[in-house]
Design a protein around this ligand. Structure first.
Ligand code: ZN
Length: 305
């Protein structure tokens, strides 16, 4: 969208005489007609991140007219670089790649992008605090909240969107193990895509290997689950993503995944029900076909504990 939109668009409203509300307003274009600078990012840039704060020479960059001897001389087209999120989004759109909340976009990030994203999220988070009418200048508790939240999102709770899959060494099933194997409970932590409220839960994985399966170290199941869960998630989609990842890594004969989780958007708000837990399961291969195998797995994982 950015690449296609022109920074100048014709506008038929005359500028306010001698009064410029901010650095993006009405200006006289070289032709003498009235133009209005419409910055494509204007509506989404919070006050804290406007170009005036980022660039000391913002007037030149934003295309503000220069006044010489009382005459207004229009300046060149703005050269302000787009927000880093817009650049990344452009790469994703060009590659026709989906970027939903629970998708990983690490392949579309370049060195230094995460640091720039951190600054951008901090600025926008500051805008959210301002819109909540919180005096972040005087309130010592919220002075650095915007930065803390930005770091928490990008480096911790949603890290699984921005970093590549953790390395997993796969070993061939040399002993030709073909007995039911269960890993769990693995503690899982996430946030729901709908409210960004925490989801805390447990995960069990049942595997039925065959001679063509790969075996991976026990701790790797937790690492892979964590990578999927540290994104804004929907439990049903999260468990499917985990199942698909394990099917490609391990190539088992059958796979069973069960997740039981507490959704804090149910406890903290809405119905405020603190007892409800959501349990879901995904069965693949032999677990789908063989009811006794499924029963064996479900009896061995004790959801009540
Ligand atoms: Zn929710």
């Amino acid at each position: 969208m950015l690449a296609d939109s022109l920074p100048w668009q014709p506008h038929d409203i005359a500028p306010k005489q001698g009064h410029i509300e901010d650095h993006i307003g009405n200006h006289t274009a070289p032709s003498g007609s009235i133009w209005r600078i419409v910055h494509p990012l204007r509506s989404t840039i919070p006050k804290a991140l406007t170009m005036s704060d980022q660039h000391p020479d913002h007037k030149q960059q934003a295309g503000l007219p220069t006044v010489v001897d009382g005459k207004t001389i229009a300046t060149s087209v703005p050269t302000c670089s787009p927000a880093i999120s817009a650049t990344i989004r452009e790469r994703l759109v060009r590659a026709k790649q989906r970027f939903h909340a629970n998708d990983n976009i690490a392949a579309f990030l370049e060195p230094g992008d995460l640091e720039r994203l951190l600054d951008e999220v901090e600025g926008k988070m500051k805008g959210v605090l301002e819109s909540l009418v919180i005096d972040t200048d005087s309130d010592h508790n919220t002075q650095n909240t915007a930065r803390r939240v930005a770091k928490m999102y990008l480096n911790e709770v949603f890290r699984g969107r921005y970093v590549p899959q953790p390395p997993v060494t796969e070993f061939p099933n040399a002993e030709r193990l073909n007995e039911l194997m269960i890993v769990g409970p693995i503690t899982v932590r996430s946030a729901c895509s709908h409210h960004f409220c925490p989801i805390m839960g447990r995960l069990w994985i049942g595997l039925m290997p065959n001679e063509h399966s790969n075996l991976i170290g026990l701790s790797k199941y937790s690492r892979l689950a964590e990578w999927i869960m540290s994104r804004p998630q929907i439990q049903e989609e999260a468990i499917t993503q985990i199942a698909e990842l394990l099917m490609t890594k391990v190539s088992p004969d059958g796979l069973a995944v069960v997740m039981e989780a507490d959704h804090f958007c149910m406890h903290w708000r809405g119905v405020k029900d603190s007892e409800t837990k959501m349990i879901n399961s995904v069965m693949r291969g032999s677990f789908l076909k063989d009811a006794s195998l499924r029963r064996e797995f479900l009896s061995l994982i004790d959801l009540k504990k």
